[in-house]
Structure formats: C-alpha cells, structure tokens
Design a protein around this ligand. Sequence first.
Ligand code: ADP
Ligand code: ASP
Ligand code: MG
Length: 439
Amino acid sequence: MKKVVKFGGSSLASAEQFKKVGDIIHADDSRKYVVPSAPGKRFSEDTKVTDLLYKCYDEAVAGQKEYEKVLEEIKMRYKEIIAGLGLKLSLDKEFEVINEKFLNRAGSDYAASRGEYLNGIVMANYLGYEFIDAAKVIFFDEDGNFDAEKTDRVLSRKLEGVERAVIPGFYGVCPNGAIKTFSRGGSDVTGSIVAKAAKVDLYENWTDVSGFLTADPRIVNNPESIKIITYKELRELSYMGATVLHEDAIFPVRQEGIPINIKNTNAPEDEGTLIVGDTCRKPSHTITGIAGKKGFTAVNIEKDMMNSEIGFGRKVLQVFEDCGISFEHIPSGIDTMTVFVHQTEFEEKEQKVLSGINRLAKPDAIDLEADLALIAVVGRGMKSNHGTAAKIFEALAKSDINIKMIDQGSSELNIIIGVRNEDFEKAIRAIYEIFVFEE
Ligand code: ADP
Ligand code: ASP
Ligand code: MG
C-alpha cells in the first residue's frame, strides 16, 4: 500500500500544525509522498504566505522600499515554524536568492511559488525525507498549459528510485526555465499528479474540515458531511465554488482510478469524504451537495422563430469567442436564448459584444440582467428520484426567492438555478433545508 498525502495551508500554518502533520505521516507507514502547500492562515484575520508573496513582489517591482518589510514578515513566518520544530535549518541563503530574483523581476508566479518551495524544504528536513523541487519534475509547455505526458514520464521515473519524498505543491517549470503556478489552490492538482505518477492506492488530501460538506459551512450552519462522492459530482461542485478541492485535481487520478480521501488534520480520526470513479453505495439524500457562485450577467437575446433559424446560436457564440469571453450556461427557448457570463469579464467588453450580436445575428432585442448568482444542486441520486426540480421550486417559493433561470444538465446529475446575488445565501439555505435537513 502506497499513499500520497497533500496538506493544505491551514494544516501547515504554524509549528503546532506541522507537528500534527508529522504525527499523521508517522502513524501510517504507507504515507510515502508528501505534497505541502505554503503556510496559510493561523487565525481568521491572518494573511496566507502566498498572498504576502504576491504583495511583496508587486511592491519590489514597483520600486517601493516597503517590500523589504513584507519579505521580513515572510521570513519570520518560516523562522517561527523552524524554531518551534527545533530544527537546525537556515533559509537565509534561500531568501537572498529570492530577494535578488524579485529585483530582477522573475515574475509573480515565481514569487508565489516560493511559499510551497520553502515549506517543502522545511517539511523534508522535519521528516528526514528527500526534497524534490517541483521545478525538476512538473512541466508546462510553451503555451503555459500543463504538460501531463512529460511530467508523468519524468516524475514516475524519478519516484521509482525514491522511497519517501516531499514535493512542494502549486508550481512547475516552463520550457524556458521560468517558474509557473497552477491557479489558486493548485497544490491539490500537484497532489493528484504525484499520486498518478507514483501509482499509489490512495490520495489523501488533508485540510481543515472533516470532508466535503453538503454545503459551504460559511453559509449553512454545521452542514452534514458527504461520505462518498463520485469524481463527476465533485467536479460540478468544486467548479461551482465548493473550494475544498481544486476543480482540476481529479483529472490525473481519474485516469488511474485512484480514490481521493479528504481528511481533517485537526480531527484525523474522522472518516472524511471518499471521492471515487463510481459507487453502488446509495447517497444519503437525493442530492449530494449544493454549491454556487455570485457575479454573473445574463445576456437575453430574443428573435421570433429563432429555433428554426439554422446557425443562429453559432453566430451569437462566435461573438463571445471573438471577444475572448467564456460562457457558463446557455438556457434557451423557442424565441429566446440566454448566455450567462462572468460579470467582471463581460463588463469591459459589453458594448463590443452587443454590437457584434446585433451585426451578426440580427436579433429583435437584447437585454442584460446583472448581479446574478448561479447555484448548482448536484447528485447522482437525482436520476432515480422524481420531482427534484419541483421540490427546488417549492423551497425557493416558500422563501420568497425569485428564480431567474433553472436548467437541468442532460446527465441528470445537476440542476443549475439562477437567482439574484442578494438571494444567494438564502437560496442555498432553503435548498439545504428541504433536501438534507428534512429528507
Ligand atoms: P486547504 O488550505 O487545506 O487547501 P481550502 O481553504 O482550500 O483548504 O479548502 C477548505 C475550505 O473550503 C474549508 O475550510 C471551507 O471553509 C471551504 N468550503 C467551501 N465549500 C465547502 C464544502 N462544500 N465542504 C467543505 N468545505 C467547504
Ligand atoms: N498556496 C497556494 C494558494 O494559496 C496554493 C494552495 O494552497 O494550494 O493558492
Ligand atoms: Mg485548497
């Protein structure tokens, strides 16, 4: 049995947290490969080291002398951890290099990646494991996309000869030698890549909650945790804002059928959530989970007989493509089509999009509705249960919430609901109440 264990920022925020992590690793001999994040928040108003690094780099590049203070603050975070663990380790030399590279404008990705890099060095020293710099084994291509093939080839060969190692999360290297990071929360992706390359039996993802919860704990008070969830359900939920696991983290392990176990560093005995390819185990409720995001705009396009006009949809979408805007959802009717887009992305190009649609698709009318939220209600159990949409209508009507849009995916795995931003939290609570609490 072999496992990869990834620890998130809050699990490594202080020496005290590091010790819990050490105990977890030592408690199970199969925990061979460790992927650490950068030190996260120690308390709610604290700042993550990653955020300090972005700030520090911006100030250094802007020629502001204050950057040195922020760099000192970052140094202190590591010093405290090293001292608290009683290690004989100095990062002074590393910080000299970082300082120099900041002044030479090595890039904000380089800057952010140092959080994981330094924490990896500390972790390897603490455990007595080999340190493998992610810049030697995780690759991006010329276009900045993750190079799965090369990474798997190099990394699996490397790990064949190493029984135990620490590989920092979040970053890799481009063909020109520049450091590049995944998007925020990307250490989850590294963990998954390492799990695939090392052909492990389980990828344990340790965080600060006892598994994937049926709803965001910042919105619903004490939500139930999910025992078992499929990759597909999880991807829907994490894409829609359940940030426990990066939405791209399932791809590498999915190819190999390696399960992911989300566990709590502060309550290691809790079972957590098991994420699998498929399961015959019945879900506890019709829905597995709820997640959502605010900040969408709906572009409503009307034209009589739109449905029979071949190529209408293509023309509309062409305009979005030409403007470099991705869309989230496109519910449509006989004479209407609505395109949901991210408001911040859309705002600056709004007039260009409108004139483009008018020119190419010649609609009767276009109107915009801003400040909308999308909520995904997800569950493999919806297939075998009738009336899920009706129940959602009922729950939202009871709470006096106006539904702007409802769209069921053809997989019958999810229903997407559009509501106003201001109704977002209330809607999630109402749906939770009817499906989880009362079922
Ligand atoms: P880490 O630093 O360990 O990677 P994250 O902050 O990325 O941890 O993810 C864990 C956090 O995700 C939790 O503390 C919780 O606030 C938040 N969260 C949002 N939605 C959910 C959900 N459905 N289930 C569990 N946690 C959630
Ligand atoms: N430290 C990075 C972040 O804050 C990556 C991670 O934590 O996964 O986004
Ligand atoms: Mg995370």
